[in-house]
Design a binder for this molecule. Structure first.
Ligand code: ZN
Length: 248
């Protein structure tokens, strides 16, 4: 991932999709917003204890910088499950951790701070998907289930899809206890640390995706807390970054 500075904010982009016509995507950082600690500064989380006016102003700034239309956004109220919602209109979708759409009238958004954002694009069927995969969602295979939803709803062939995995807690930092570890195959664990990037990549491959079409940013939110909010690194009370994808 690289970061463009626009209107005073940094907007994250994936090199794999930087020149892709008809696709827009973005990832925010924690820098440049109006929120006060512990939400400083660009908190885009809709379910934190931050001042709602600050969050609203932050979203306006981020939309301006990223070239997004705030009125077209579809947000999630995430529950660490494996539900995938088909979205055709903007708004807040309750109890879901993944969104898919073929509509140009809606831009998908999720909120993360350590959890893994999985972005999906089908250039053939012109469809996008976005999944919020914390360890629970990852254990449930939400990344693969999102591709399955795109196949079922839009006729997407997994082999046509391209995926990008954004900044999130890395295998360098994600120490887990036995109750979490036992939900994953031993190959994803090393010295008590869990590799959610590999779990999600394998979930996409198991759903039929080409390994060469899966791009992992390999940016750890705990290691780079000057750039990113980190639930674990900031002691639980912190802001959220936004992951965004849409068609145009
Ligand atoms: Zn790390």
């Amino acid at each position: 991932m690289f970061f463009e500075k626009r209107h005073g904010l940094f907007v994250g982009r994936f090199p794999a999709w930087a020149g892709t016509a008809g696709l827009r995507h973005a990832f925010s950082t924690r820098r440049g917003g109006n929120s006060l600690p512990p939400f400083g500064a660009l908190n885009l989380g809709l379910n934190t204890e931050d001042d709602p006016d600050s969050v609203r102003e932050n979203w306006a700034k981020f939309c301006l910088a990223a070239g997004l239309d705030r009125d077209r956004m579809a947000f999630t109220r995430q529950v660490h499950g494996d539900g995938v919602a088909v979205v055709e209109t903007p708004g807040i979708i309750q109890d879901t951790d993944a969104l898919v759409t073929q509509s140009r009238d809606v831009v998908l958004a999720i909120q993360v701070a350590d959890c893994v954002p999985v972005f999906l694009f089908d250039p053939r069927r012109r469809a996008v998907g976005l999944a919020h995969a914390g360890w629970r969602g990852s254990a449930l295979g939400i990344a693969g289930k999102t591709t399955v939803a795109m196949a079922g709803r839009f006729g997407s062939r997994p082999a046509d899809l391209s995926a990008c995995i954004g900044p999130s807690i890395g295998p360098c930092c994600f120490e887990v206890g036995p109750e979490t570890a036992e939900r994953f195959a031993p190959r994803y664990l090393q010295a008590g640390r869990l590799d959610l990037w590999a779990v999600n990549r394998d979930s996409l491959i198991a759903a039929g995706m080409d390994p060469n079409a899966i791009h992992v940013s390999r940016l750890c939110t705990v290691c780079h807390r000057d750039w990113f909010f980190s639930h674990r690194g900031d002691g639980g009370k912190t802001g959220r970054m936004a992951a965004v994808i849409g068609l145009e």
